[in-house]
Design a protein around this ligand. Structure first.
Ligand SMILES: Cc1cc2nc3c(=O)[nH]c(=O)nc-3n(C[C@H](O)[C@H](O)[C@H](O)COP(=O)(O)OP(=O)(O)OC[C@H]3O[C@@H](n4cnc5c(N)ncnc54)[C@H](O)[C@@H]3O)c2cc1C
Length: 456
């Protein structure tokens, strides 16, 4: 999209001053986690407002001057949503206020730029839990989590970010600060505008603050890790856990190819095979009982089992799990990783098909993910500097999206459409549903200036 203002940065500096508008456009504002697949955008200016009122003023100015706006959180997105295609990058990193925290009422209100890890730490320090746990928590921001409706391993029991959002304060076109919901736990008064903003990837409004629900922290947690001979055996173990009715908090898998690439940093020596990770939580008594039941369910045909007992061991297990994505990436320096979802009973098929798609496109492939939610991170390894590999990986991703739709699933379970899945929604949804999607965008953003080129 072309920018109507010839020297956007100069004009913005004149209007908002040097404190808000950076001198030049640092490279760090032009990419997100899709850099590993070679994506890099362009921008004319970077603006870093410090308050919600300033966000509203910047949006009003941009809207008046037809300048596109790309909201940016921590830049950890895997869909290229924060990769700008020209115009203004609006970074939320200075909105770091904790507006309120009320442990006895199980709630807090925080500004968009507070990191996910900080929100989780604040909850924990007050004996509470903020369950959403996307893997780049030290860098991602709560505003970015809300904008992508981020999930994570514990979404299986606790749901995704949106399930913990009671209210959203956002700047909508042409520069109005609005609040929907708030410090209330129920609200069916109007259309669910809050939920429209959640997961809208910066295309309907800029989130400036959110009211979050918290839960009492469980007294104990107990993960169980088991290795199985192959995908079929691993998926049978997963099905036994699910079918036994055990209320597991997280139910994860790594296929054998992912285990091979990440075993080196596993907290204890790990063999080869298909890995299942099931975690239970609750009171100490309940956890002891559930842990035995999980051990029985996965143990039936497991090659080996590890059930860490100390808090340090459990922490090191989850640190390793957070690092799996990077461990896989280092092999070739880059990867194209998509986050399709399939019905649970089609998981084994999707895992095997990921490998077959990789082979057809002459790319090493693997997958891991949130098995309980049927959510795969299907991954193709590439050298980001190799154009032929990049385009083969794009073709592989297209095949993956076809697979998801064919199996009755979705092209995205947690990363969103962003830039990289442009045009895919139309293949998943009926024409009438897709037309509604487009109409909603034009009602919120008649000039099409909010994160253009994304979520379409
Ligand atoms: C190692 C690693 C592990 C990950 N694990 C998970 C996981 O388990 N689950 C998961 O869901 N994701 C995961 N992710 C992806 C990513 O962390 C999430 O999508 C996260 O929610 C992005 O937050 P962010 O602040 O970095 O947003 P950004 O990447 O900056 O932006 C993401 C999108 O949100 C928009 N946006 C950002 N802030 C705002 C705002 N305040 N208002 C409006 N729009 C905004 C942007 O325009 C963009 O479209 C992982 C990423 C990495 C690198």
């Amino acid at each position: 999209m072309s920018v109507a203002v010839p020297s956007l940065e100069k004009e913005l500096r004149a209007r908002f001053g040097e404190e808000l508008v950076l001198d030049g456009v640092p490279a760090a504002y032009l990419s997100d986690a899709t850099e590993a697949r070679g994506l890099r955008g362009r921008a004319d200016a970077v603006v870093l407002p410090g308050t919600a009122a300033e966000v509203a003023e910047v949006v009003a100015w941009c809207y008046e001057h037809d300048a596109p706006i790309t909201p940016r959180g921590g830049g950890t997105g895997f869909a290229g949503g924060a990769v700008p295609l020209g115009g203004v990058v609006l970074g939320l990193e200075r909105l770091r206020g904790i507006r309120s925290i009320e442990p006895l009422l199980w709630r807090m209100e925080v500004e968009a730029g507070v990191t996910t890890a900080h929100v989780r730490r604040l909850a924990r320090e007050n004996g509470l839990l903020f369950p959403p746990d996307p893997g780049a928590a030290e860098q991602s921001q709560i505003g970015g989590n809300v904008a992508t409706n981020a999930g994570g391993p514990h979404a299986f029991k606790y749901g995704v970010t949106g399930d913990w959002v009671n209210g959203v304060e956002a700047v909508v076109a042409p520069g109005e600060l609005v609040a929907v919901g708030g410090a209330i736990r129920k609200d069916v008064a109007g259309y669910d505008l809050k939920s429209l903003l959640v997961g809208s990837e910066g295309t309907l409004g800029i989130v400036t603050s959110v009211w979050l629900s918290l839960a009492p922290a469980p007294e104990a947690v107990a993960p169980v890790v088991s290795l199985h001979a192959g995908t079929a055996e691993g998926c049978e173990a997963l099905a036994r856990v699910l079918g036994s009715g055990l209320p597991v908090a997280a139910l994860e898998y790594l296929d054998a190819e992912t285990v091979r690439r990440s075993a080196g940093s596993f907290p204890v020596p790990l063999g080869s095979g298909f890995l299942v990770l099931a975690e239970v939580d609750g009171s100490a008594e309940e956890v002891a009982r559930l842990r035995e039941a999980v051990l029985e369910a996965v143990g039936e045909d497991a090659l080996s089992v590890w059930a860490p007992e100390t808090a340090a061991e459990v922490a090191s297990l989850w640190r390793w799990r957070d690092g799996v994505s990077l461990a896989v990436q280092v092999e070739r320096g880059g990867k194209v990783s998509e986050d399709i979802v399939v019905p649970f009973d089609r998981l084994a098929e999707a895992i095997e098909e990921t490998l077959a798609i990789g082979a057809r496109n002459d790319l090493a492939a693997c997958s891991w993910g949130h098995a309980g939610d049927g959510n795969l991170h299907s991954t193709f390894m590439i050298d980001p500097g190799n154009e032929a590999e990049r385009s083969r990986a794009d073709r592989a991703a297209e095949e993956l999206f076809d697979l998801a739709v064919r199996l009755g699933g979705s092209i995205s379970g947690e990363h969103g459409l962003g830039l990289v899945k442009g045009g895919q929604l139309e293949r998943q949804w009926s024409p009438a549903a897709f037309a509604l999607h487009r109409s909603i965008k034009s009602v919120f953003d008649p000039k099409g200036l909010l994160n253009p080129g994304k979520k379409r």
